[in-house]
Design a protein around this ligand. Structure first.
Ligand code: MG
Length: 164
């Protein structure tokens, strides 16, 4: 059994918040606004996995009205989603994601994000791909009002032998 999931998320940029992307705190005068640490990329990844599992979305499982998730590290929530995925008998096959941000330059931080994600997703680093793009100054991302992230994830049944 082979499944694909898609995730998309947006968060507003604001002053007085740390910028956390892909589990990495990036030096920048602004950060993403949200109930948790607002890691837009990890939220897209979580929605991708939940999508592949047919299990709704993160808003359902981690409601922003629940004080338990206030300022919570999104990587911790991702670990929870991984537990659910494994309980259903799946493993990650690969992840591809894109962060949409006008600033700052994310390329220097991507290797650390990949490292962190590959450990949590229990895959090799080459099974995790992280891209960053601007929108050439267009739209809310281009104006620096917020950031967006897209993720596509494929998962496979642990019991299936794909070697033949
Ligand atoms: Mg979110």
């Amino acid at each position: 059994m082979f499944r694909i999931g898609f995730g998309y998320d947006v968060h507003r940029l604001t002053e007085g918040r740390p910028l956390v992307l892909g589990g990495v705190t990036i030096p920048y005068p602004m950060g993403l606004l949200g109930h948790s640490d607002a890691d837009v990329m990890i939220h897209a990844v979580m929605d991708g996995i939940l999508g592949a599992l047919g299990k709704g979305d993160i808003g359902q499982h981690f409601p922003d009205t629940d004080p338990k998730y206030k300022d919570m590290e999104s990587l911790v929530m991702l670990k929870t989603v991984m537990v659910w995925m494994k309980q259903e008998g799946f493993r990650i096959n690969n992840l591809d994601c894109t962060i949409v941000a006008e600033k700052p330059k994310l390329a220097p931080h991507i290797p650390v994000m990949k490292q962190k994600l590959s450990i949590i997703l229990e895959v090799e680093k080459d099974q995790v791909n992280i891209k960053a793009t601007t929108t050439e100054g267009l739209g809310f991302c281009g104006r620096g009002e917020g950031m967006a992230a897209y993720a596509v994830v494929s998962i496979v049944d642990i019991k299936t032998d794909y070697s033949s």
